[in-house]
Design a binder for this molecule. Sequence first.
Ligand code: BTN
Length: 248
Amino acid sequence: IGKHIYHFDSVDSTNTIAKKMAAEGAFDGTVIIAEEQIGGRGRLGRSWISPKGTGIWMSIVLRPNIEPTEAAKITQITAAAVANAIRKATGCEVGIKWPNDIIIHNKKVCGILTEMGAELNSVNYIIVGIGINVNVDIKEFPEEVKKIATSIRACVGKEISRKDIVKEILLEFQKLYLDFIENKNIKKSIDICKKYSVTLGKQVKIKNRDKEIIAEAIDLTEDGQLLIKNESGEMQTVISGEVSVRGI
Ligand code: BTN
């Protein structure tokens, strides 16, 4: 991971560039980083504010030999790697809100956008996009974003080197991703996701397409799905979805 790193000044979206490079044959582990994104993308078609020089806006091209249904595992590996990396590099006690938000004091500091290129039943490439508000001045967030987002600078009270965090992310990601590729399981990543989870044990509201379920988050399964107990007391698993945790 990170043998080939492309660093851009300003791009539309590093995920879009990564997809293009992947379609043109980029190697497994290629990393694309930008100082600024003009059209940064979030989940569910939202936009992602990516001001110049203040955050980590990066995407990794992966070519794992997996089935399309396994793509969500890559999100769990990434969440675990980023949480560990931010803790190591900054000392901030980040939590993981399943499936793909990294949070500090109940506010989002990092989002992950996993996108896939697949043909028939095999994955051609997976792009993991990681957006971290590092030195972003939270006073400059729009009002409605201020309520839900934070930055690493706000947590540690001073500017932090983005390079140190990127290095740590690539190291952590490489460890956890290779473990998955070699051992065909994501146990190590799931253990980290459980340890830092702010979701488990809480009441959650899960929006998935048009459905909304209120449930209690019980556990993560070994392949990274959320095990919930719904209002009628039945257990079920959820592969992905928009989750709000009560009080967060
Ligand atoms: C989310 O929480 O909605 C996901 C946000 C993902 C943002 C990152 S920034 C780098 C990469 N390029 C994008 O356009 N989006 C992801």
